[in-house]
Design a binder for this molecule. Structure first.
Ligand SMILES: Cc1cc2nc3c(=O)[nH]c(=O)nc-3n(C[C@H](O)[C@H](O)[C@H](O)COP(=O)(O)OP(=O)(O)OC[C@H]3O[C@@H](n4cnc5c(N)ncnc54)[C@H](O)[C@@H]3O)c2cc1C
Length: 391
């Protein structure tokens, strides 16, 4: 056993393989988990069928909801809070260690209720859950101050809403993984699982060969169900396409993030403004739908008229890994003792990434976990994990 492994003498590790943990999927979940495990002294390899961090984790908006601490917070709320708090210090640490700023900032967010939303109960819920908010007495004046349309009678300002800049975060994660010596196998699809005679997983089978290990993590985002099926396991994760458009805006154009229902505007620090998003169930198709683009643009211009003639610099889509109840699965793969599933983060994978990685790595490193994984099992009752925020 190597010196590094003596840090965790109780862990059951094979001595004849070069890796302790193999990870299928190099999105934000796989990359963050790889860092925490490597920092815990394990030898880790990550496989991605494409380039690392270029799927949903690159495409998302990176909105972070405020942490909440109310007595009614369920495990998903707890995970979100644990994760967003952790992400703050993790981001600072990544910046310090790699010199790459991932754009983490608490920029505040304006919520404009949708016509069909029962927003009158929100202030009571937020108060109960320790979420800071301001309800401007003169919403028209508040909106007009920022050049926003003033047809909405009620708005709420959540000062603790934050954001992270996805591509920058991916870059920082990859730099840290390289520092830690984690092996990154890009364009190396995990094709199948190698099994022992007792049915336990013993390897990844890839085009680059067979890789053995004692622990395995399946975090292949929208593709997790495909890979699980090869084990005969049903993982109900479905791709949900989301459309984004990027405006070439200017710094200070918006007061902060603006959300209305499932749509949002996210101002970046360099003046760019990201507008999203749609929820489209069209399999693995990632083409931009011109109708979705023009609907988003129309909505953006209704909220912030200045965007009507603002140049669109870029547009793209991403595939969110949707689960049955839009909450992640963080659990052992059925019938496996050393293989973990971490997928189905839907609209919240960026903000849940550090917390998910923390729970999984604690499971493998045999450390006490702040939240019980049981709540995130594949067979939890549907609706048990309704979250307070959409993103
Ligand atoms: C438009 C949009 C907006 C979003 N906005 C937000 C937001 O504001 N806040 C937030 O928190 N979240 C947001 N999300 C959600 C978030 O991006 C996802 O939940 C998160 O990125 C999921 O991460 P992941 O690592 O599970 O999946 P992915 O990033 O998709 O990574 C999975 C990886 O697995 C690889 N893979 C698949 N199959 C295999 C295989 N067989 N072998 C090897 N590799 C494989 C893929 O190539 C991919 O790189 C948004 C998503 C989208 C699309």
């Amino acid at each position: 056993m190597t010196a590094r492994l003596t840090q965790n003498p109780s862990i059951n590790l094979m001595t004849d393989s070069s890796f302790d943990v193999l990870i299928a999927g190099g999105g934000v979940i796989g990359l963050t988990t790889g860092i925490l495990l490597a920092e815990g002294g394990l030898r880790v390899a990550i496989f991605d069928q494409s380039l690392m961090g270029t799927e949903s984790s690159w495409a998302g908006a990176g909105i972070l909801s405020p942490p909440q601490c109310g007595p009614e917070a369920n495990e998903l709320d707890q995970l979100r809070s644990h994760s967003v708090r952790g992400l703050a210090s993790f981001s600072a640490e990544l910046d310090h260690l790699t010199g790459i700023n991932n754009g983490f900032s608490i920029c505040g967010g304006l919520i404009i209720p949708d016509a069909n939303e029962n927003h009158e109960k929100w202030p009571t819920e937020w108060k109960k859950n320790g979420i800071a908010f301001v309800k401007p007495d003169y919403p028209h004046a508040f909106l007009a101050k920022y050049g926003l349309a003033t047809f909405n009678s009620e708005v709420y300002w959540l000062p603790e809403k934050g954001q992270i800049r996805n591509p920058w975060h991916m870059r920082a994660l990859l730099a840290r993984l390289n520092q830690l010596g984690v092996r990154l196998f890009e364009k190396t699809e995990v094709l199948d699982w190698g099994l022992c005679s007792n049915g336990q997983i013993r390897s990844f089978i890839t085009a680059a060969g067979e890789f053995h290990s004692s622990w395995f993590i399946l975090c292949a985002g929208s593709w997790s169900g495909e890979l699980a099926r090869k084990l005969g396991v049903n993982v109900p994760v479905t791709p949900v396409k989301g459309q984004i458009i990027l405006y070439q805006g200017q710094v200070g154009m918006l007061p902060g993030i603006i959300e209305q229902g499932k749509r949002y505007l996210v101002p970046r620090s360099d003046g760019r403004i990201l507008c999203g998003s749609t929820e489209e169930y069209s399999g693995f198709d990632k083409t931009c739908n011109p109708e979705s683009v023009s609907q988003l643009h129309e909505w953006a211009a209704t909220i912030a008229p200045i965007l009507k003639n603002c140049p669109i610099e870029q547009k793209w889509t991403g595939l969110r890994p949707g689960s049955r109840d839009n909450a992640p699965y963080l659990c052992f793969i059925p019938n496996q003792k050393q293989a973990i599933l971490a997928s189905g983060h839907f609209r919240s994978g960026l903000q849940l990434s550090w917390g998910s990685a923390d729970l999984i790595s604690r499971e493998i490193l045999q450390k006490k976990k702040p939240i019980n994984l049981k709540a995130f099992s594949l067979d939890r009752p549907c609706g048990a994990l309704m979250g307070m925020f959409k993103n």
